[in-house]
Design a protein around this ligand. Structure first.
Ligand code: ADP
Length: 154
């Protein structure tokens, strides 16, 4: 059993500086982190999936094999089992995140015995919200204060 691999799942539409900071914190605790971009066929995404993946790859180029980026369209716990990860990583910005995340974490525990590890975000990143970043982008605003290498998403 490899207890040092974690999955960080999300839509990452787009992957923000807040997400980036959660990955960096995860690398301090886990040997390997798989960033898993969830693809739900009934959901419309704003940024193209391939661009989102290339963008995330650009952010962790220097980290090497400890980071893996995948796309998936199944239960997150099934992805964890498939790749031998015991933990899911999620980020918490506020109590609203906690209420939602706590339910998912407990259901994943019941479903598959997979634990969720939460990292709180740093205060400068806690206001960053992907929905608002998309709104700024749609209205031709500059998203670079919130997204590293934002030019790769255009
Ligand atoms: P999902 O659609 O699964 O909620 P997101 O891409 O919105 O996916 O978020 C993935 C994870 O990152 C969630 O745990 C969310 O709480 C966390 N997260 C989102 N924004 C931030 C941020 N600014 N700082 C820290 N964590 C964040």
């Amino acid at each position: 059993m490899n207890s040092k691999t974690a999955v960080f799942p999300g839509s990452f539409d787009p992957f923000t500086k807040g997400h980036e900071s959660i990955v960096m914190k995860s690398l301090q605790l886990f040997e390997k982190v798989t960033i898993a971009i969830g693809v739900n066929t009934s959901k419309n995404y704003y940024f193209d999936l391939d661009k989102r993946k290339l963008h995330i790859q650009s952010l962790f180029e220097g980290v090497g094999e400890r980071i893996n980026i995948v796309t998936y369209s199944k239960l997150t716990v099934d992805l964890c089992k498939e790749i031998g990860a015991q933990c899911i990583v999620r980020g918490l910005r506020n109590s609203t995140d906690f209420e939602y995340e706590n339910s998912i974490a407990q259901m994943n525990q019941t479903l598959a015995g997979i634990e969720t590890v939460f990292f709180t975000t740093e205060s400068q990143y806690s206001p960053i919200n992907a929905t608002i970043v998309r709104e700024i982008h749609k209205n031709k605003g500059d998203i670079s204060p919130f997204v590293t290498n934002a030019h790769l998403l255009v």
